[in-house]
Design a protein around this ligand. Structure first.
Ligand SMILES: Cc1ncc(COP(=O)(O)O)c(C=O)c1O
Length: 245
């Protein structure tokens, strides 16, 4: 079973981990693992501070828990926090990361950890039918992304902030631009603009694609394929839809 910890936009504290560990009692499952998601998607692209991850590790060690970092957007976190991946990964047992998303590879993710863990992961991948002999072409795209698309994530973050600042002032949009740390802009639409799904459908007519989360929350994401001109177009579309034009 999974216990979700209510943190501050997805970043929780070591005491919360300690409090969530199940007692040694036949009625409960054994607590085995803690996962931190960096950046945190539902939190709005929130960056974990590396010292906080170190605190979570200390708590995990106290209870014999495995600490995994879901670093699908780890490079966004590193660019925003101006740190290296190892500033985070030194504190965790295992880490995963996506080369698609902001890094721009067409497909591909990685999991890293100690050798026995990887040997076991290989086995599970085979069992689930995920093995692929011809993965080199995908690895090449991932290597290209690491060489060419990491520093530029700062542009995505600046574009996200610019979008957030422009739309925060519009009628019916609830958003604090200060919460936009990376490439994700989360906001709520007032019911007078419809549900999130209805709002997103109207924005799509203007060529702007976003993700609705019922009932009123919307997620906009910037990435390699979203240009500065594209953000200008998106802002114009927001203005038109929010002002009922
Ligand atoms: C936070 C997070 N973790 C994990 C994943 C899974 O990545 P993949 O499908 O490449 O394994 C995603 C993908 O959307 C994600 O957003």
């Amino acid at each position: 079973s999974v216990r979700l910890l209510a943190g501050v936009r997805g970043v929780f504290a070591a005491e919360q981990v300690a409090a969530a560990v199940r007692p040694d009692n036949a009625h409960f499952p054994h607590s085995r693992m803690v996962i931190v998601e960096n950046t945190n998607n539902r939190g709005g692209g929130t960056v974990w501070p590396a010292p906080r991850v170190a605190e979570i590790r200390a708590a995990a060690d106290r209870f014999g828990l495995h600490l995994h970092m879901d670093g699908a957007r780890l490079m966004n976190a590193c660019v925003a926090a101006r740190c290296r991946p190892t500033d985070y990964t030194q504190h965790v047992h295992t880490v995963s990361m996506c080369f698609s998303k902001g890094l721009g590879a067409p497909v591909g993710s990685i999991v890293a950890g100690p050798k026995p863990f990887i040997t076991r992961a290989h086995r599970f991948r085979k069992m689930f039918g995920g093995a692929m002999r011809q993965a080199g072409i995908l690895a090449a795209a991932a290597l290209y992304a690491l060489d060419h698309h990491v520093e530029r994530l700062a542009e995505d973050h600046a574009q996200a902030r610019r979008l957030a600042e422009a739309i925060a002032e519009l009628p019916g949009i609830r958003l604090d631009p200060i919460t936009v740390e990376t490439n994700i802009v989360l906001f709520d639409v007032d019911p007078s603009l419809g549900t999130a799904a209805e709002f997103v459908a109207r924005m799509r007519e203007h060529g702007v694609w976003m993700l609705p989360t019922p009932p009123q929350r919307v997620r906009a994401v910037t990435h390699l394929d979203v240009s500065a001109a594209g953000i200008d177009r998106a802002i114009a579309a927001f203005r038109a839809v929010c002002r009922g034009r």
